[in-house]
Ligand binder design. Sequence first.
Ligand code: DMJ
Length: 814
Amino acid sequence: MIMMTTTSSTSSLSCSAQRQHWLVLLALFIFVASVLSTESSMPTQNMSHKERTELKEEAREMFYHAYRAYMENAYPADELMPLSCKGRYRGVTPSRGDMDDILGNFSMTLVDTLDTLVLLGDFAEFEHAVKLVIRDVQFDSDIIVSVFETNIRMVGGLLSAHILSEYLQKQADVMHWYKGELLEMARELGYRLLPAFNTSTGIPHARVNLRLGMKDPQLKVSRETCTACAGTILLEFAALSRLTGDPIFEVRAHAAMDALWKLRHRGSDLMGTVLNVHSGDWVRRDSGVGAGIDSYYEYLFKSYVLLGDDKYLARFNRHYNAVMKYVSEGPMLLDVLMHRPHAKSRNFMDSLLAFWPGLQVLSGDLKPAVQTHEMLYQVMQMHTLIPEAFTVDFQIHWGQHHLRPEFIESTYFLYRATGDHHYLQVGKRALKTLQQYTKVACGYAAVSDVRTGKHDDRMDSFVLSETFKYLYLLFSEPQDLIINVDEFVFTTEAHLLPLSIAQLGNSTFSFRQSDDHNVLDFMRTCPSSNKLFPEKVRKPLRNFITGSCPRTTGSGSGGKRLSALDFQASNADHLRAVYDMGITMVSVGDRSQGKVRLFHSFYNAKSHEEGEMGLQFMQEMLELTKLQSMNQLAQLQAVAFALDEHLQDWTALMAGPSHFSPELIGEQFVEGDLVLAKPIRACNEKLTNAEEVKGKILVAERGDCTFVSKARLAQQAGATALIVCDNVPGSSGETQPMFAMSGDGNDDVLIPVVFMYSLEFGKLSTAMQRRPQTPLRVRIMQMVEFKRWQLAKEAHQNETAATTATTQKPDKEL
Ligand code: DMJ
């Protein structure tokens, strides 16, 4: 019998690009191991009907708290500024640069919010709000806006409100006065966006002037747009054409999609993120599923669902296969270069990609959806709120949190697909976290850095149109809702477009299969459009999200052997395969430490063949564990100090490195006296003891500002290194994963910077207090080097002792 123990209690640390490959491998492995140790592997507690109803009502209250704050303090502005408690107006409120291109002084938050009111069953407020929009909103403004944002928030908002107004007229016998005014407004706005489509490729410009079209002199130089910006038009424009009978919108949107498709890399089938609308040249060739491209994929798939055109499914499937081949790395999704897809182009993920599991659920590929969602959930638990971007070892890359909906959206779709109450529990946690950390007196405020929890004066319109809508839907039962959401497609801004739109017909294009799509391409994929007739797919979402692609095989005699690297502890098939191979898993010690012991026995294996496979699996696991600990040790830093006055006897405390400071490699070390920063958080403009700091190693406490800003202050004061100690009492590297501190992308910090948890730092601090008159001398180095140094010292002492022993006669005969 083979027995081994592995652990997930330490996390990988990243200091250099060369290590990226290992990091990916390691992060995957750690993820797998940690899945065993977290609540996700435990049977989820079912949520009672009572609790679910309470949470639904809490989601409703959250919506109203934000909605009222906007209506009472900001309307008719586009957005509420929740800290100043007033409206944000374009051209009036100080500009935030390009970010303000979403604002058109057209009461965006109210328009974006209309259909949420219907889902909440508040027909009176919906009717009132529709009247306000018809009365107050106008588009004839000399303002440059983003085509993409105006389309998804305004055109989409107006269209779904129009559809629901007509629906309520029939179903609830209200709003009899309504005569299609919102549809007319959507048509007008659509026309104002159309000049952006006059490019040689047909791919729309990123921005347009609402009054002057592309004649605005500022737009003369306009060239670049993002893939998502150009590829997230079709749902709204098709609905607009079908509802108004005016084909122009749908024609333009199809043309843009066709032009984009032609720009894919013919070898990899991947797309970049930024392109030139005139030449069609790629400006950024990074290819992932997050910022810059996200909703392009979403609209390919949903265009097929809404419009029934096979070519969009074929295109989606081609891209999807490419993404799963090159971008997907276990549960992670990492950008590659479209023309060199085997090379990762960045080592972090952005929070926008959290929509991807939701899309995978809709397309029927449930397993990877569950995995990526689980990873995101762990990132959320680690940082309280999902940061705008995080590294492959799940550290913060960009610390903002904009109250985005994507993670909750995926949670909702996963719950609908699986019925697993785990997703209700995840939703509950997300809801409570928003309540605790983002609720302010005047609405909900984004967070400028999840490390400090500091609020930002912004509440984007998608908070009301998406975040709270998906939260409410998650906890609702079908009978709570006036409409059957399964009969609708959710746009990327969560606006509802009915599947019946396809029946309105289309006079703009034929359903002919275009030549560049090989039918076999999508027969090989899952779901296969060969088996799924479009009408069937357009039926209730539930019907097409129950299956999942056979992405992994078990160990059964005919199947491929499950390797340790592929093993996913959250995958029931894998657990069964491992069991059949004669391997038993037992959690040891505290589950939170994630220690799992694996036993292998031929007697327990289903067959001799599977027993052999089990043996191989155990050997691979051992190799992985070895790699894991070697890698961790190599990157772990040590803060060493002498236990005696003669600097003979040294001990080392565990510390973590940073992504933004030079790495101490091999025999390199920094030695110096310790000095505490004044003030201890080192966030002010200057240290009050800057003179004393020169030439010493500074100690600062975590909190109030970023790690890198503390480092800059230390460097400015002339410190030779910085130790940041944790601000959470009792934390320790023995029980928590060590991590590498993230920076802000700049490389101006030239002194080494390390992080210590509280218990380890406590030991250092005790040593300092023991000899208050003499400064404590420490050495910062790689932990592995410290160990080597100690071994060499011991060997030397032994040698000396041996030499002495041969030259001196012992006092006693031994
Ligand atoms: C929303 O406006 C839409 O979901 C868009 O597709 C992506 N960004 C925001 C939410 O994060």
